[in-house]
Design a protein around this ligand. Sequence first.
Ligand code: HEC
Ligand code: HEC
Length: 463
Amino acid sequence: MEKTSKVNKGCNPRSITIGLLFVLLAACTEQNTETPSDNQELAKKTKTEKKITSDTKELYQFTDIDIQFLEPFLISNLGEPPKSVSNQYSENIDAAKLGKKLFFDASLSNNKQVSCATCHQPKRYFTDGLAFSKATGVTKRSSPSVLGAAYSPWQFWDGRKDSLWSQALGPIEDHNEYNTSRLTYVRNFLEKYPNEYQNVFGDIKLDQIAQLPKSASPKGNSQEIKNWENMSKTQQDLINQVFSHIGKAIMAYQRQLTIPPSRFDHFLEALVEKREAELPKLLSPQEVKGLRLFVGKANCASCHNGPLFTNYEFHNIGAPDPIDKPVELGRYQGVKDLVEDEFTCLSKWSDASEQDCAEMRFLKTSGPELVGALKTPTLRNIAETAPYMQMGQFENLQQVITHYNFPAPPVYNREQHPNRPHFDILPLKLTTQEVVELESFLHTLTSPLPKDDPWWGLEKDID
Ligand code: HEC
Ligand code: HEC
């Protein structure tokens, strides 16, 4: 934007790289907050007033390079989730409809009260507001939103699952979640949804399942494990096949969840389309200052970038472990669990050929950068999904930003892991005012709840 005289003159971005742009955006904001140095009171006052209006104007002026840098953050750039090689039903709408029923169906859990939506509640943007999610028992972590999960190559904070269908099978057998056995769930599911199952996945062999014990699972209590081991390989395969189909339907459902544009997107759209006059109506000066900090001095965008504000990678940002919990091993443990998992892209239950499973074939399985590293979460709707971090260490966004501002290095306990963990952030030296601005920007990422979008299931939301 050529007419943005002062910003362009003082901070001509033409010759600098995108990397430097971060610093530039911040420098331009700082420059705008200088106070005038005139002695005469009246003249000073008028000058200050003029300056406030022109500063505000400049705050809303972004160069073409700024805009080019910001444009990829637009939610409308998200597109369809990447194709799933391991789930041939991922785009099947009937599978998604069945998946939706399962996502909200509590009747198939052991106490008939737990569904995915217990911990992933639509009205809370598919989270539950707890530091440690709970159902039949208390889990080890906080539930992340499932919005946008279909875009991530890895699931869970430590990425111990390589697909959404494999992830969905975990809660069903987890003692603290559905607390049911693989065989029990499969049998009850087939009895309740025979037509929906047949319609998508083909024949049901209920008569063969009828002969099997009441419950059995390779992951259950000792009796269930014994029952599982006593089953023939064919019987185990029969159950595993239906079980993996269940995960694939739940995955197909979660792929349908979309995120409506937030105030930030409306602002950015107006910026891209050069509707300058509208900008001040879309974000306040404080929020724009926060945006400039987010991509500038505070460096948040180096990890939280793209339409979902995540690079899907694993980093150690040193959120302190709660005193009574073991040291967080993060991705270091996540890859160990992943290579042993029964339902990966490389498994018998995947629809992919081995060479299509690039993520698993080129998996990084060791190295100090894995220790305590967690998956960068989305910042979409972040103001509505407290508490924060994998164990809800921070109650509010101010605490999160204060942590990034003055981070304490992560704990290193030689007995718990062999490598000194990497530490991926540096102190930011933000002022109190800047912390407030950055926080106010994060609030602009909240999307309105789409009451009429049937996939969101807001009409089914539990209280
Ligand atoms: C008892 C609460 C609870 C229930 C029930 C539950 N979840 Fe979760 N969910 C969690 C927690 C806690 C995590 C994070 C665990 C971790 O990373 O170790 C999680 C993680 C996830 C993730 C990973 C998201 C990401 O960004 O990594 C997805 C997807 C998900 N759950 C979907 C489901 C589905 C589908 C169901 C039902 C089959 C379900 N959850 C049932 C609590 C729950
Ligand atoms: C080096 C990469 C990196 C940088 C830089 C970074 N983050 Fe994060 N962020 C992460 C990771 C990884 C997590 C999850 C860590 C955890 O759970 O302990 C996270 C978690 C968060 C959360 C909590 C999300 C949730 O759902 O609980 C917020 C909020 C957040 N970051 C905001 C910011 C802000 C604001 C900045 C800039 C000041 C920033 N981040 C800079 C990687 C980064």
